[in-house]
Design a protein around this ligand. Structure first.
Ligand code: 13P
Length: 251
């Protein structure tokens, strides 16, 4: 079973509109490996303008968050319908920064996943443990419980369409990366859980991305692991040269 390879950029709350356009145009102008899907998760304010820029087919847009609600009096929120109406295809759900700073719970994230699927958006569901959990050795059960907590109302058909990103919190923006072995261990545990819960036909097609200080210098080794299907890249995605080097790090 061949899983899609994905290089996803999470720009977080960086760039103004012009800077975002310039960066996106540079990426679209690069020679990109054509067997890699490239997802640019730009700030919500940029997505419409970026959708109007012609680029290679494998470059698509993602949002960094969305509301679990359909519409109505939810000041400041962005709905799934708004995102699909401007050509967005992916949405990051449950980034550790949303969990930490905006108190997003496993349960709320489960609702967001349902809403994303109802709009045909592909969720990139993030999970990952903090340093104290890694140190006390309960990282695998912690991550599996995040997945169980948010996936419990998903149908097998929905799980088949999801993308999972394992992002250990201690490796995000710190310059410290999980070793390729640590990434592989967690990814294979996640896949094992998916096999137990949904069967191997589904677990074999779900791409599992690694995130946390992915850089040109470490991407190739991490991506070479059998259960690592790509990366969700923060800081290094804000520079076209470093992100393109990461895109070209698949073997
Ligand atoms: P960095 O690549 O900056 O560590 O960020 C990772 C991340 O949070 C991607 O979502």
């Amino acid at each position: 079973m061949i899983r899609r390879k994905i290089a996803a950029a999470n720009w977080k709350m960086n760039t103004n509109l012009q800077e975002g356009i310039d960066l996106y145009k540079k990426l679209c102008g690069l020679t990109l490996a054509d067997d890699v899907d490239i997802v640019i998760c730009a700030p919500a304010t940029h997505l419409y303008a970026l959708s109007q820029i012609a680029g290679p087919e494998q470059v698509v847009l993602g949002a960094q968050n969305m509301s679990n609600e359909e519409s109505g009096a939810f000041t400041g929120e962005v709905s799934g319908r708004m995102l699909t109406s401007i050509g967005v295809t992916y949405v990051v759900i449950g980034h550790s920064e949303r969990r930490a700073y905006f108190a997003e719970s496993d349960e709320l994230l489960g609702l967001k996943l349902k809403t994303a699927f109802s709009h045909n958006l592909v969720p990139i569901f993030c999970c990952g443990e903090a340093l104290d959990i890694r140190k006390n050795g309960t990282h695998v059960s912690h991550v599996i419980s995040q997945i169980k907590g948010s996936f419990k109302n998903l149908s097998p058909d929905e799980v088949e369409k999801i993308v999972i990103a394992y992002e250990p919190i201690w490796a995000i923006g710190t310059g410290e990366t999980a070793s390729p072995e640590q990434a592989q261990e967690m990814h294979s545990e996640i896949r094992k859980h998916l096999t137990e819960a949904y069967g191997s036909t589904i677990s074999n097609v779900v791409p599992i991305l690694y995130g946390g200080s992915v850089k040109p210098a470490n991407a190739r080794e991490i991506f070479s692991k059998p259960d690592v299907d790509g990366g969700l890249v923060g800081g290094a995605s804000l520079n076209a040269d470093s992100f393109s080097a990461i895109i070209n790090s698949f073997n």
